[in-house]
Design a protein around this ligand. Structure first.
Ligand code: TMP
Length: 216
């Protein structure tokens, strides 16, 4: 299947829980908006019906098998790409820079820790063929520090937030980056620095990309 041609830029943020990616996503959005770009920020799981079902499972309001969860993420992702209201393909076509907090690499790392990775990659192939990130920003953070951040200010942990699981997911991210790194533009950013330092590096990276790809 041929990827749909686009005139804008699609960025995915990845990293373990507590890596600081949501803060960095917000900072990049504000930076690009100040520069005059139209930016749409979004996240997975989405706030649409399938995403809400996933959040219910994560918040222990509903129980589901890991294989079912993996399937729900595939469905939520396709809806995120294709829905006619605020689907990412539509917004990219309208000239927005779209920045998502998590995309299919999250499924590879999180669901790949519980169901066979080949299955997860195969099940996500429609999504990866329809819409591949121009840049995946992977925020690298030591597990201990990430967990401290997750625990701060929170009484209960979500389904995948145990220390064991986060260690497993970290190992899966490393495996996945090795596996798909040559097909994808994955940039590893050291998140174990001040917020400003991390933001500066991401801004420089994205500005260079915009300069090379959109304005050439
Ligand atoms: P968040 O904390 O970044 O909002 O993400 C919610 C949780 O969803 C997080 O623990 C990671 C998990 N997740 C998956 O397990 N698979 C996926 O494909 C995505 C997008 C998120």
């Amino acid at each position: 299947m041929e990827a749909i041609k686009r005139k804008s830029l699609f960025i995915a943020f990845e990293g373990i829980d507590g890596s600081g990616k949501s803060t960095q996503l917000r900072r990049l959005t504000e930076f690009l908006q100040r520069k005059g770009y139209k930016v749409h920020t979004t996240a997975e799981p989405t706030t649409r019906p399938i995403g809400r079902m996933i959040r219910d499972i994560f918040n222990h309001r509903m129980v589901a098998d890991n294989r079912t969860i993996a399937g729900l993420f595939v469905a939520d992702r396709l809806d995120h790409i294709l829905n006619k209201d605020d689907g990412m393909l539509r917004l990219l076509d309208e000239g927005y820079i779209v920045i998502t907090d998590r995309y299919y690499m999250s499924s590879y790392a999180y669901q790949g820790a519980h169901v066979p990775l080949e299955w997860v990659i195969g099940a996500n192939s429609l999504a990866s063929e329809l819409l591949r990130p121009d840049i995946t920003i992977f925020i690298d953070m030591p597990v201990g520090k990430a967990l401290d951040r997750v625990r701060k200010g929170r009484n209960t942990l979500e389904l995948f937030e145990s220390e064991d699981n986060i260690r497993q997911v970290t190992a899966m991210y490393e495996k996945v980056i090795k596996m798909i790194g040559s097909d994808e533009n994955i940039v590893r950013i050291n998140g174990d620095r001040s917020e400003d330092e991390v933001a500066d590096e991401i801004e420089t990276l994205v500005v260079a990309f915009l300069h090379d790809s959109l304005n050439s």
